[in-house]
Design a protein around this ligand. Sequence first.
Ligand SMILES: [Zn+2]
Length: 289
Amino acid sequence: MKSLTSVTCALCGSTSHEFLCENSGFRVVRCPSCSLVFVNPQPTEAELKQLYSKEEVFTDGPKSSYLATEAKLIGRLWDHRLRSVERFKTGETLLDVGCGTGDFILLAKNQGWQVTGTELSTSSAAFVERHHGIPVLTFDSSLSQLALTDDSFDVITAWHVVEHLPSPREERGEMFRLLKPGGMLVVEVPNLDYWARKSYMEPLSQQMHLYHFSVKTMVRLLSDIGYRVVRIEVVDPWYGLTDNMACTERKSWHMDYSICYSGFRLEILATQLEFSLRTDFLIVGVVTF
Ligand SMILES: [Zn+2]
């Protein structure tokens, strides 16, 4: 990494931090005030743009082989995710932040949603346009550069994206602005409380995860600006899906693992989940009316 920049805590603004571990060549720290775990120093925004836009993202590494060999599994995953969204919210307009190879927006479009995809990566955007015929909005560092109109979307999704964002605090605000009153944000991220990550004995991530959220820190990130968190699901999507494929009549994996709490019980839940067996979690937040 050529250029790195020091950052303050994206949750509480604290300038102090405690060193936790080295991960994938980065220094990982924890904020002593709010417990947010993040990479510090971080790659600059220009560096991130360049990194994500490399064409090699489609031709090298595990991601490309996975895309080639596990298409059916990926299709099932997106199908489950869209059903998760539609259980809570019906509407017309859906924005997928960091749409990657566009599988989700293609599926949502085919189900009748009016979709918009955004990407930092110019090569991903070109891929989606070439393969799915859906135009994707690209930006250099922040969604705000797209100058989208207030109250534009019924639903915003961010599947394994927020942990990559250099400014999650600003981006959650921008998403809040773009959602209609009563609109819904669905965020899925890796679960820091997953036992193997919590021990810091194994890598927290393979690459480029700038933030490592627990349920507690993500709930705070969203609640601070006024999202009403209505659902938390602690999931293990790949394991669950593989299992599900082997036993076709098994119950929906999402339902097996779902936990739904509201109000003050969220805090109790967050405490209880400090050593989770599930790799990821999904949070549904609704913009306050
Ligand atoms: Zn903090």
